[in-house]
Design a protein around this ligand. Structure first.
Ligand SMILES: C[S@@+](CC[C@H](N)C(=O)[O-])C[C@H]1O[C@@H](n2cnc3c(N)ncnc32)[C@H](O)[C@@H]1O
Ligand code: SF4
Length: 451
């Protein structure tokens, strides 16, 4: 039996499964968590702790048809400036609640397109952040950069604010594919952005690239990957294009019959994966690649890799606070998400209140299941001793859980005396196997194709 038909037997080409950037996943959040919980959870952060901050800027100059991110188009700076004032007000609210001596482990600006902010606005926002939480030793400050929406002035502002990791959106270099996904971006523009970033001594360059795009084939993705490799990124995220026009209306511009079939998606992923590996990149989790010297690769080798809303991270902070409309915070007690609509978010913050609209407080086996799913997504392996040590479960009970999860996967999972693991040949099934540890109703919408 070919590897492909083996994987097909387990339903890989039909399933839709979560990406497990959190457990439980965001569709399970509800209004049981509100501003009071958020306030309490902030207050429970230990004095002097290291925390991470995510700042969301939901605006773009262009609205690419493929994009499923929650963002709005604007040609004017006015709504952006008004929104940044609200972000700053939310940061001030945080300042009144955060315990003393807290410092930053990671600061990430995402969107949308944070680089559409004018340079002076960026400087002002960075000052506002550091006034609330200063950077700690070895902290990382990363920003998502659209190569079409950056110039010297704005990069100077980011570099002097301390940005030390830049993440550029590539998606695909093929002009015909770019036309079909409504994103025009020449190789020269992307290379210029990469060069400008490196010229400023920014330590690390990340890039996002997609497989499963309309009319993408092996030759086309190989050509795109080769072009990307010529830019020497330190890290690459190779995401599967999620076609969800019922959620992201602009995707109706991409006819479904131009999209590769699931079997072809797997082939596209494998083509790109082999090129990254042949070029010396380490495979990180299910969809990232990093140079062996990169922090993510070191964390993966040393078993320190973590999963968060941005994908994979080597961040060790227990608390991640999401600032801005729709941003999600993670605490040891649970998740809290701000109101998704900019209007509701703005109204709450202007009234002097946190904008938490929903979330999830951990209960029962949540933490244990979250740890097991994260371990599979990061290391393809759950260490049984570690789970028994950290959670209230006996070796026998855990073995029963492992056996139940393994039931539908035959020899695609291995259960040894000390671990549940996914062998290399079964890695494309990782999210499906992780789902076997998910205790929530999986019929909720919003999942991406399993491959
Ligand atoms: C929030 S976007 C920000 C990127 C930045 N604004 C830019 O255009 O370069 C971050 C990444 O999400 C990924 N993304 C967006 N829509 C997607 C989709 N439908 N399926 C998979 N990945 C998607 C893209 O790879 C994109 O680079
Ligand atoms: S890919 Fe970037 S620029 Fe394009 S719509 Fe999405 S967030 Fe905006």
């Amino acid at each position: 039996m070919t590897a492909e038909s083996q994987l097909s037997r387990f339903g890989l080409f039909d399933a839709r499964v979560p990406r497990y950037t959190s457990y439980p996943t965001a569709p399970h959040f509800n209004s049981c968590v509100g501003p009071e919980d958020f306030r309490d959870w902030i207050g429970a952060i230990p004095e002097g702790a290291r925390i991470s901050l995510y700042l969301h800027v939901p605006f773009c100059r262009r609205l690419c048809w493929f994009c499923a991110c929650r963002t709005q188009g604007t040609t004017s700076d006015d709504p952006v400036r008004a929104y940044i004032e609200v972000l700053k007000a939310e940061l001030q609210l945080l300042k009144t609640r955060l315990p003393a001596g807290v410092t930053l482990s990671r600061l990430h600006w995402g969107g949308g397109t944070p680089t559409l902010m004018p340079a002076r606005v960026m400087e002002d926002l960075a000052r506002a952040v550091f006034d609330v939480v200063p950077m700690g030793d070895g902290a990382e400050f990363s920003v998502e950069i659209d190569p079409n929406e950056i110039d010297d002035d704005r990069l100077d502002a980011l570099a002097s604010a301390g940005m030390n990791r830049a993440s550029i959106g590539v998606q695909d270099f093929d002009p015909a594919i770019q036309k079909m996904i409504g994103r025009d971006q020449s190789f020269q523009i992307t290379k210029k952005a990469a060069d400008m970033i490196r010229d400023r001594g920014v330590a690390s360059l990340n890039a996002d690239i997609l497989f499963g795009l309309p009319r993408q084939n092996r030759d086309r993705i190989a050509a795109s990957v080769q072009k990307l490799l010529s830019l020497n990124p330190d890290r690459v995220a190779l995401y599967g294009y999620a076609h969800v026009p019922w959620m992201a209306r602009r995707q109706v511009m991409i006819p479904s019959d131009t999209l590769p079939r699931p079997e072809e998606r797997l082939e596209l992923f494998e083509t790109a994966r082999k090129l990254f590996v042949a070029d010396g990149y380490d495979e990180i989790g299910i969809d990232h690649f990093a140079l062996p010297t990169d922090g993510l690769a070191c964390a993966a080798r040393e078993g320190r890799l973590r999963r968060n809303f941005q994908g994979y991270t080597d961040d060790t902070a227990e608390v991640l606070i999401g600032v801005g409309a729709s941003s999600i915070s993670r605490f040891p007690q649970g998740y809290a998400q701000n109101a998704p609509a900019t209007s509701a978010y703005t109204k709450a913050v202007r009234a002097g209140e946190f904008a938490t609209a929903k979330g999830h407080g951990f209960a029962g086996q949540d933490r244990m299941r979250a740890r097991m799913i994260e371990a599979l997504m990061c290391d393809f392996r759950i260490d049984a001793n570690e789970i028994c040590r950290d959670f209230n479960i006996s070796a026998e009970q855990l073995r029963t859980l492992f056996d139940t999860a393994a039931r539908d996967f035959g020899d695609m999972v291995e259960i040894g005396p000390g671990a549940f693991s996914i062998p290399e040949r079964a890695r494309p099934l990782t999210r499906m196997i992780a789902r076997a540890f998910d205790a929530y109703d999986l019929s909720k919408a919003g999942h991406s194709p399993a491959v």
